[in-house]
Design a protein around this ligand. Structure first.
Ligand code: PHE
Length: 348
């Protein structure tokens, strides 16, 4: 072949290459064009390798043109590549655009269960009076739940505190505690007087659930042990607590009662939250609502704890659900545990 013919051919190669490069719609097809026009099997490579067989004069002319064509193609590829990459990036930015003016999705804020709010308020009131908050085991021994609290095995009071017994590893049957009172003796065994503690926790009784009863509920036990404590201290403490939690005009009333582990014992009422004492449907026309059991710690309980005989103290046990029902006017205790969002949201 004449060198002029080859130069003509190279011109065609260049034109075809430049056309396919500028016609490449994306970087992938540009790469295909590069392989086709500059790769080892390309026409340009074939011309290039045929240089060896040419005369010096032809090689000089053709070689120069080959170099020019290769350079032209490479230039075209790199400038097309620059265009395509920036176009592709712009396209991706457009597709993945974040609209910062869209309002965000607000996370839904939860709120404490009403029982938690009541628990916190009651504990706060006692912490303000100098009490410490401690917790005890939910599964208790017969000893701490009954015997140490002056309730021997054959005592009739056991029937009103019947509960679930758990199969244990020892002879003694563990049970789901029927009250938080076992912590009285546990605390006194652990620490010398004085002891001022409140003990929140879950307890269980043998109850058929209805609007006023559940087989499992929460209590807060209070225990104040020191020298020279009297029933007046108990009454004053409970009144301070009632005012703190239920409002400054609140009053408490103590009625004689019986618990094996306190002597004397009392049921403690507060003025009805609904009618303020005049009597309504909520309080059964009484004007008062029963809130807790209390009394002066029985000498046998001090004896079980190994405390000195001249020590004195009072204890009380208050039901959390009861307070929440009275405070919020909830008519059925079971609603607190049904996880009904509409009910729970009503406390917001
Ligand atoms: N533990 C008693 C109950 O659950 C309440 C109580 C506690 C009474 C402390 C007196 C003193 O019924």
């Amino acid at each position: 072949m004449e060198s002029t013919e080859i130069v003509q051919q190279l011109d065609d190669i260049r034109r075809a290459a430049l056309a396919s490069i500028s016609g490449s719609p994306d970087t992938a097809s540009l790469e295909e064009a590069r392989v086709a026009h500059l790769g080892r099997k390309s026409k340009l490579s074939k011309v290039s390798s045929s240089l060896r067989e040419m005369s010096d004069a032809d090689r000089r002319v053709v070689g120069k043109t080959v170099n020019e064509v290769r350079a032209a193609i490479e230039d075209a590829i790199s400038s097309r590549l620059a265009d395509l990459t920036s176009a592709e990036r712009a396209g991706r930015l457009e597709r993945e655009r974040v609209d910062v003016t869209l309002p965000g999705r607000k996370p839904e804020l939860g709120l404490p269960n009403p029982l938690t709010s009541v628990l916190d308020d009651v504990l706060d009131a006692f912490v303000g009076l100098g009490y410490r908050v401690v917790e005890g085991p939910e599964v208790e021994t017969d000893y701490y739940n009954f015997q140490a609290l002056n309730i021997p095995e054959d005592h009739p009071a056991r029937s009103m505190w019947d509960t679930v017994y758990v199969q244990g590893e020892t002879d003694e049957l563990p049970l789901f505690r029927t009250h938080t009172s076992p912590m009285q003796v546990r605390m006194m065994e652990k620490e010398p007087p004085p002891v001022y503690v409140v003990v929140p926790g879950r307890v269980a009784r043998r109850e058929t659930p209805d609007a006023k009863h559940l087989a499992s509920f929460m209590q807060i036990e209070g225990l104040a042990v020191d020298y020279g404590i009297s029933m007046a201290d108990l009454a004053g403490t409970l009144e301070a607590f009632a005012r703190e939690v239920f409002g400054a005009s609140q009053k408490v009333r103590l009625r004689p009662s019986y618990f094996p582990f306190t002597e004397p014992s009392a049921e403690v009422d507060v003025l009805c939250f609904n009618c303020g004492g005049s009597g309504c449907r909520s309080c059964g026309r009484e004007g008062w609502i029963e809130l807790l059991g209390a009394g002066m710690v029985h000498p046998n309980v001090f004896k079980a704890a190994g405390y000195p005989p001249d020590i004195t103290g009072f204890a009380f046990g208050v039901g959390i659900e009861r307070i929440a029902m009275a405070r919020y006017g909830v008519e059925d205790i079971r609603w607190f545990y049904e996880n009904d969002l509409e009910f729970l949201e009503s406390f917001r």
